[in-house]
Design a protein around this ligand. Sequence first.
Ligand code: HEM
Length: 514
Amino acid sequence: MAAKEYTEEEVDKHNKEGDLWVIIDAKVYNLSRFADLHPGGSNVLFAESVAGKDATQVFFGLHRLEVLQRPQYARLQIGTIQGQESVIRAPAPGELSRVPYAEPTWLVSGFQSPYYTDGHRKFQTATRTFFMEVVGPEAIKCEENGKRISQEVVDKMSEVNLMAMRLGPGKHLQGRTLMNGAVKHEEYDYFHELIINTELARFGGRGFVDGLLAGATIGLPPVLNYGSPELQARVVPEVLSGKKYLALAISEAFAGSDVGGIQTTAVRDGDFWVVTGTKKWITNGTFADYFTTGCKTETGFTVILIERDDRVSTKAIKTSYSAVAGTAYVTFDKVRVPVGNTLGKIGDGMKVILSNFNHERWMVICTALSAQRVVVEECMKWASQRIVFGKPLTSQAVIRSKLAVMISRVEAGQNWLENITFQMNNMSYTETASKLAGPIGLLKQFVTRSGEQIATDSTQIFGGRALTVTGMGKVIENFHRTSAFDAILAGAEDVMADLGVRQAMKKMPSTARL
Ligand code: HEM
């Protein structure tokens, strides 16, 4: 950090080509040599109100704070302004945002919650710190370059048992040290998992949310709940330690939400299944070693764990979100799979898949809501720092009205989510399957419909900046481009809405009349 102090008068003398200083947030920057390299052009820097002056307001109308944190730009700072203190700073690892509605109320000072304990708070701090320090830089890099998450970061996630925790509470956590001891395995509940899902979606990249081994999160539970002890003993440790990767392979070009229509077939040949067919939109499929696969068998629908071999081929599908998710088209060409790899009973695959769907959908709700809250924070900051006609954007009633709707949607979703999470904590796995499928479906469609509205409103607030992949509006651009993923993956929005109502109709008492 440059220690030299200057007065504003001294800085003002450096206001021309070859000798150009500016002040941003009480810090003095020497832009003399940088001016010609400035991505926004050199002439804007020589404007009378900028050269040698305090350019804080104009700077934050055009750049994100992270620009000043990049090493190549941070080193342009040569000192500070005497008697002034810099006030703008990025949150430290683990720190909560103080922007209103940027955090759920349970994390806001002075607010109470019936659901969270001090243990959850401690876990939240440890988890946010971990994500900001270890995962965040990787998230930003991978979202941009489309490369899969590095083994180095996966290894660090395994050290804190992140993958295991993402499967929810259960015996698979026994004997593991969770998030460096921030929670004991017997205390771990769905609110801890909600915290993880919230933290992992805070980096403004929807592709990375799925690239962060979402495939195993949705594909391993069937192994854990329905695999034979031998299969579990081999596969579960490999996947939870990040040594092997796993994907859920249900959807096909032939069938999506209508799981019953799938065409991949498994035919018995002695102690083996011979599996033939294709799967589409398989998250993490490009790099998966195992595929939890929905197959048509003689007696119905059966789920089988298929290990990658030379009869399994995967091809990346170009989607509108980042290739980091490893979305694949998978072809099984007469793959021989031991019958011992069957998950659940033969012909009983629908039960395996349906019970798994609830947790998957709940997870999508958590991450979608978290991403929406990030959008609210971006809009709150932008609307405050963007000056139009001499006033901040927040002075426009139409902007405040959009913020009001956005905030209300996120808060409504959050409250409903916490209620459902509380029920999950107090129901058995089978009870969850029978009682919560409908509410989870309804909540998912509510949250994803909100997401579409939030995408539209935030784009209006950011204007042209929401249309560029980099710069001020990059989070909004990403959200707007990808919010439909949440509305489709794990069950299409309309199907979710319908499921919720159909489940409710089934429970209508025969005694009820107007
Ligand atoms: C330490 C000082 C500065 C640095 C390191 C810097 C760096 C950058 C960078 C990296 C960009 C590319 C866009 C982005 O990544 O956000 C940019 C764009 C720009 N900068 Fe600067 N800048 C500085 C100061 C200023 C100042 C004082 C002005 C005042 C007018 C300015 C005006 C612009 C403009 C107009 C753009 C284009 C913005 C857009 O495309 O939306 N910059 N600057």
